[in-house]
Design a protein around this ligand. Structure first.
Ligand code: C5P
Length: 223
């Protein structure tokens, strides 16, 4: 680790495909360590949802960049507030996830929120969850994890989550959406979803959340 200013603040990056459990694991590791949390996917979701609400086409890079620079985004007490409006649930739908993945494929939009993401690195430490946390946003992070699981396991987990919320869902449609989003995230030109060279790859298909959290925390004590 470098000895100057910001670089000494430790970061754990948790990257991986949708539905692998990154969000839950990241938030449990952050709680256990008393560290800050960056849910970078929420930023892409916010830009997509706010853009659509303003009638912006999701391929209109210039308008999306301008929007991302103007939005007043606050993460506090488990809530996401954007320009004063509560978007906590509004950004969590499958549609918002798919729209986020379209917006996230645009290099200027990724560039526009790079500094914002890096500003979450504050003492005593940060747990950052996303697709390119270890490869692009925090390449010097001492602990990098790539959390994977089979597409089928991820679709089934999402199916159970939505069913528990009383929402009618179709497992096959969910699997197709997950595969479509994976393909877009893995094949895009900029910051494609892939493990950092120095990442620990954890396949959570047959692991419980607690086992994954314990594995990540064990990495921290090794480094
Ligand atoms: O993680 P989440 O499902 O909330 O992310 C929504 C979408 O945002 C992803 O499918 C991906 O396209 C994009 N994303 C990204 N880079 C990140 C985080 C999310 O491209 N660091």
């Amino acid at each position: 680790m470098k000895s100057d200013g910001i670089a000494v603040i430790p970061v754990v990056t948790i990257d991986g495909p949708s539905g692998a459990g990154k969000g839950t694991v990241a938030s449990l590791v952050a709680d256990a360590k008393g560290w800050h949390l960056l849910d970078s996917g929420a930023l892409y979701r916010i830009i997509a949802v706010a853009g659509l609400a303003k009638g912006i086409d999701l391929a209109d890079e210039a308008s999306l960049v301008a929007l991302s620079e103007q939005l007043d985004i606050v993460f506090a007490d488990g809530k996401v507030t954007v320009d004063g409006a509560d978007l906590t649930d509004g950004i969590r739908t499958e549609e918002a996830g798919n729209s986020a993945s379209q917006v996230a494929a645009l290099p200027p939009v990724r560039g526009a929120i790079l500094t914002l993401q890096q500003s979450f690195r504050k003492a005593p430490g940060l747990v950052a969850d996303g697709r390119d946390m270890g490869t692009v946003v925090f390449p010097d992070a001492p602990v990098k994890v790539f959390l994977d699981a089979s597409a089928e396991a991820r679709a089934e987990r999402r199916y159970n989550q939505l069913k528990n919320k009383g929402l009618g869902v179709n497992l096959r449609a969910l699997l197709e959406q997950i595969q479509e989003r994976d393909a877009r995230d893995r094949n895009r030109a900029v910051a494609p979803l892939k493990p950092a060279e120095d990442a620990l790859i954890i396949d959570s298909t047959h692991m419980s959340i607690d086992e994954v959290v314990a594995t990540v925390i064990a990495q921290l004590s090794i480094k």
